[in-house]
Write a protein that binds this ligand. Structure first.
Ligand SMILES: C[S@@+](CC[C@H](N)C(=O)[O-])C[C@H]1O[C@@H](n2cnc3c(N)ncnc32)[C@H](O)[C@@H]1O
Length: 322
């Protein structure tokens, strides 16, 4: 069996017998007026964060959801896009597709606004998405891409890029590792399938997103996820995994490099009313301006006396300039 087949077998098992708390962080699913999530769907919450950013889902976007799980996030996306075929959810695991379909049928009973036609569950995988080029507004995946070996991760990211419309968004949640995961754990196919040993470091993960052409990446959340404890996992020291929620935009990469927003701000602390760097950034005296990490670095290096750069908050949802 390949590691991908091991993962498929694992998810076939947890589709038939839900494993509560398999991947999820300790948070309740997003509560929205009139949205009632069936219990089994909650038990099958195999995500490690969220990809559903409620304040950015106006105009009923078309969503391609990769790795449907129990259908929780597909239902949440459908809440914002109430029309047939608005959410296309793909999964290679027949038992998982079946479980998601059953859960969505249960959801109809408790959600008067919902119709199962809003979510189309299709056979397909992350490397071969059954939709046309440049055809969807959002691609989302939660706690799946971390399972992939690095070159497969790149293939999956390229496939997401292909199906997104220009300007479209790749919304992901994945574990990342606070240092490189040792080989003996990376090779453990079951741990990899359980989202415990395939994670890349933050820098490696973000760089792979940029390498396939995404010109802007925004970090929506970063938090502790799991501890790989030294004795159990045969490590020299404990290894902390974090969960990272991100949104990557299919926009051209600027000549001087992609813009990655991590919640940094730049504050002009000089005596003039404002500072203009003639590169598109105007900072008003004393007022924090959201900037990407590249601009933060440039400003801090050029004007260390006059510009204060604040630390990454690991939360950014728009409003800045690159
Ligand atoms: C960790 S679960 C996450 C499920 C869901 N995203 C959630 O948040 O609950 C991974 C999902 O990806 C599916 N999957 C496994 N291999 C896949 C592949 N190569 N392409 C697409 N989906 C895959 C599994 O069947 C499972 O539904």
């Amino acid at each position: 069996m390949t590691y991908l087949e091991t993962a498929a077998k694992f998810y076939s098992d947890v589709a038939q017998t839900p494993e509560i708390g398999l991947c999820c962080v300790q948070s309740t699913p997003m509560q929205l007026p009139g949205l009632n999530i069936p219990l089994k769907m909650q038990e099958m919450n195999y995500g490690c964060g969220t990809t559903v950013h409620a304040n950015e889902l106006n105009n009923e976007p078309t969503v391609l959801y990769i790795g449907v799980g129990g259908g929780l996030e597909a239902l949440q996306f459908a809440y914002f896009s109430r029309r047939p075929g608005a959410v296309i959810a793909v999964d290679p695991v027949a038992d998982m597709r079946q479980a998601a379909k059953e859960n969505l049928e249960v959801a109809v009973k408790d959600n008067s606004w919902f119709d199962t036609s809003f979510v189309e569950v299709r056979e397909g995988d992350a490397f071969n998405i059954p939709v046309a080029d440049n055809s969807v507004d959002i691609v989302a995946q939660n706690c799946l891409f971390n399972i992939f070996e690095p070159e497969d991760l790149t293939r999956a990211l390229q496939e997401a890029y292909r199906v997104l419309k220009p300007g479209g968004r790749l919304q992901m949640s994945d574990p990342i590792a606070t240092r490189s995961i040792p080989e003996h754990l990376k090779k453990d196919e079951r741990l990899r399938a359980m989202c415990l040993s395939g994670a890349l470091t933050y820098d490696e993960y973000v760089q792979r997103i940029i390498n396939v052409g995404f010109g802007q990446v925004e970090i929506r959340a970063r938090r502790p996820y799991r501890l790989l404890e030294a004795t159990t996992y045969n490590l020299e020291e404990n290894l902390l995994l974090e969960s990272l929620d991100s949104v990557a935009f299919k926009v051209p990469i600027p000549e001087d490099g992609a813009c990655v927003f991590t919640g940094k701000t730049a504050i002009y602390a000089g005596l003039e009313p404002f500072f203009d760097d003639n590169q598109g950034h105007i900072l008003q005296r004393g007022i924090p301006a959201a900037v990407c990490d590249k601009t933060a670095g440039n400003l801090a290096a050029a004007l260390p006396e006059k510009v204060i750069v604040t630390d990454s908050t690991w939360y950014y949802d728009g409003g800045g300039c690159c």
